[in-house]
Design a protein around this ligand. Structure first.
Ligand code: GLA
Length: 392
């Protein structure tokens, strides 16, 4: 029994009533694993490849993450989503299918590139795509994942609905959190249940580092905006080690315009959301890499204060505000309308506690001279003006 296990077991006996969260059940308390102090960054296979993913593709993606500069910009996790699983052997050990001949070897390859390796399972008997899940094998699977060298697990509720009641879902997720911690290997733990059962109210209590807040993203403007707005009210649940997850990035997958992808990246950074690229990074255009590799925007996402932006103004021009660790603030103005709109940046209207001394445009990479109360900009339809305002 290692130190994680004894800690976890003791803590499991403590249970907390989560008042008013709707699940209204006993939520097991699992201690923090101490990981993901800033939102996880990396790549995930699902948005672009779906079930058409295999060992060779993952290796070539890892190569491209390095050669494109994404690894050095912080995209560290290479995560295989659903459809890697085969069947269990006679001892109940989970096996990959023929598309993944040797998971340990794949993990070693990824690690040799200075990257980390992520995998996917479900607390149910079947995953969402109908592959074998971890139900009844949680500790065994956690040990297998750790032996393979897994550094990140996405745990997707899927068919668990058929074996657990709604009020038992926190316990089902806590069970895998404890199993992962028992392995002694640091493994980032990502919950995926489409934002059901008020997960933002208890995700951090069951040992998770992040939890999905909404249904699946698709590569469209309307769904992207709906996902980010859908978690605006959960802002207080986020902080270092615990993140609301509006789902993975679609940047570069082709369904949105360059302006819309710029807004997508900006809003995920404002929300301190996990930045998991979901495109084919081997063939990405310079337009796509200019978005994914915008270091000034990434820095807002990775800010150590770990605050999720607040949606402070609705309407055709939406305004989001995120305090940063150095006392400055990031502000994003999004033009939701179908025509270009003038955005009037009024420092007074932002109601900041301190005086603004500098303004930086994080997409134009220019400093803006401050004269009087602010300035105006014409923002194209579905585009964004994202600023960092320094204060003193
Ligand atoms: C669910 C998840 C997706 C993806 C698929 C895989 O729909 O929300 O992100 O993991 O399952 O089957």
């Amino acid at each position: 029994m290692n130190r994680f296990f004894s800690l976890s077991m003791a803590s499991y006996l403590l249970a907390a009533m989560v008042a008013g969260c709707g699940v209204n059940s006993l939520v097991p308390i699992v201690p923090s694993n101490g990981l993901a102090k800033t939102p996880p960054m990396g790549w995930n296979s699902w948005n672009h490849f779906g079930g058409a993913i295999d060992d060779a593709t993952v290796r070539s993606i890892a190569d491209a993450i390095v050669s494109s500069g994404m690894r050095d910009a912080g995209y560290i996790y290479i995560n295989i989503d659903d459809t890697w699983q085969g069947s269990r052997d006679s001892q109940g050990n989970i096996q990959p299918n023929q598309r993944f001949p040797d998971m340990k070897d794949l993990a070693e390859y990824i690690h040799s590139k200075g990257l980390k390796f992520g995998i996917y399972s479900s607390p149910g008997q079947k995953t969402c795509a109908g592959f074998v899940g971890s139900y009844g094998h949680e500790e065994q699977d956690a040990m297998t994942f750790a032996a393979w060298g897994v550094d990140y697990l996405k745990y997707d509720y899927c068919s668990a609905q058929t074996v657990y009641s709604e009020s038992a879902s926190p316990s089902a997720f806590a069970k895998m959190a404890m199993a992962l911690q028992s392995t002694g290997r640091p493994i980032v733990y990502s919950l995926s249940n489409g934002g059901e059962d008020y997960v933002a109210a208890w995700g951090s209590k069951v040992g998770a580092n992040l939890w999905r807040t909404t249904s699946d993203i698709h590569d469209s403007w309307a769904e992207m905006i709906s996902n980010i707005e859908g978690q605006a009210w959960d802002a207080s649940s986020a902080g270092p080690g615990y993140w609301n997850d509006p789902d993975m990035l679609e940047v570069g997958n082709g369904g949105m315009t360059q302006a819309e992808y710029r807004t997508h990246m900006s809003l995920w950074a404002m929300a301190a959301a996990p930045l998991l690229a979901g495109n084919d990074v081997r063939t990405m255009s310079s337009d796509t890499s200019s978005i994914l590799l915008n270091k000034e925007v990434i820095a807002v996402d990775q800010d150590p204060l770990g605050k999720q932006a607040s949606l402070v103004m609705h309407g055709d021009i939406e305004r989001w505000l995120k305090p940063l660790a150095d006392g400055s603030v990031a502000v994003a103005y999004v033009n939701l309308g179908s025509t270009p709109a003038q955005v009037d940046v009024s420092i007074h209207d932002l109601h900041l506690a301190k005086a603004v001394t500098t303004a930086r445009d994080l997409w134009a990479h220019t400093s803006i001279p401050l004269v009087g109360d602010g300035f105006s900009r014409l923002v194209p339809s579905h585009d964004v003006l994202m600023l960092k305002l320094g204060t003193s």
